[in-house]
Design a protein around this ligand. Structure first.
Ligand code: GLU
Length: 303
């Protein structure tokens, strides 16, 4: 019998729209990497940003994952149900003098500099009517990505004091994602390269909250035009669950497989099993984006 490993991976979609080809690719990469390492694969619905969330989308996303053969382990976690955890971590940072109130609007910050200049750090503003920022003194700016190698982000990003709770009371993505990854003992994060810039900040926050930063593995993002990732905002069509086999084949070609070597795979299950056995990081491009186009409702690499 094979023993489960300590590997814990996750897919963490924001339910602002249905799964599209770009998010399918992220789900599949994190699934294959976890299963190849005999690890657990969790699904967490990141529905923290309530104005952007469409609650009808969570079951749609989960159904698409199942239609594509990706069964998660354990219960699905919803960030909207984890406020207690975020409050506890925020309280801890506040008690250790790592939090301050900030009254600067995005516009005011942009007028002053290209990054937040820590203006309110010593203003002693109350916590109840202001955004809450974390004093990011760790300033990690470099990390070793399992796929992309050494990644270095601009100093201004690495040293920025992020908002952890907005003035309207909504917890920020950075706090929620790090708190959950710690609570769920996540060891490996496989996600889109558009999130590389936030990784050093997340690692700093992991340490501040007493967690061990996981291993990061960033994959190229699927774009329909250069620098524009497929997204709901840019009207990326929902993945068609009735074409699961074709969608998965397209995703494998995106990962570097040749159409000829996967031609014989005729079911979702046989394809996933083949992909788990053949998943090879070295065949995946180290570019941060790959151009794709839809042909008859199924995505292909743009020639
Ligand atoms: N919820 C984020 C998104 O949909 C992903 C966060 C993550 O993987 O760390 O873009």
């Amino acid at each position: 019998m094979t023993m489960p490993s300590a590997y814990v991976g996750r897919f963490a979609p924001s339910p602002s729209g249905p799964l599209h080809f770009g998010s399918l690719v992220c789900a599949l990469a994190s699934y294959l990497h976890a299963r190849q390492h005999n690890g657990r694969w969790l699904v967490r619905i990141e529905d923290i940003d309530t104005p952007r969330v469409d609650s009808k989308m969570s079951p749609v996303i989960l159904n698409s994952l199942l239609a594509h053969g990706m069964q998660w382990d354990g219960e699905v976690i919803y960030q909207s149900e984890c406020h207690q955890r975020y409050n506890k971590n925020l309280d801890y940072l506040a008690q250790t003098q790592q939090i301050y109130g900030c009254r600067c609007s995005r516009r005011e910050i942009n007028q002053r500099a290209a990054y937040y200049d820590r203006l309110c750090r010593d203003a002693n503003l109350s916590f109840d009517r202001h955004a809450l920022r974390w004093k990011n003194d760790a300033g990690i700016d470099t990390f070793e990505d399992l796929h992309m190698g050494t990644c270095r982000v601009e100093e201004r990003l690495a040293k920025e004091d992020p908002v952890l709770k907005r003035a309207d009371g909504i917890f920020a993505y950075h706090l929620a994602v790090v708190s959950d990854d710690i609570a769920q003992n996540v060891t490996h994060i496989v996600r889109g390269a558009d999130l590389i810039d936030t990784t050093p900040l997340h690692m700093s926050l992991f340490k501040a909250l007493g967690g061990n930063p996981p291993a990061y593995f960033h994959i190229p993002v699927a774009c329909d035009v250069p620098s524009q990732k497929l997204s709901k905002q840019h009207h990326a069509p929902a993945i068609d669950d009735s074409k699961a086999l074709s969608n998965l084949k397209s995703a494998l070609v995106f990962f570097g497989a040749s159409a000829a070597e996967i031609k014989h795979l005729q079911s979702v299950d046989s394809l996933l099993q083949w992909a788990i056995n053949h998943w090879q990081v070295s065949r995946l491009s180290t570019q941060t984006e790959i151009l794709v186009e839809a042909v008859d409702g199924v995505y292909a690499l743009k020639q």
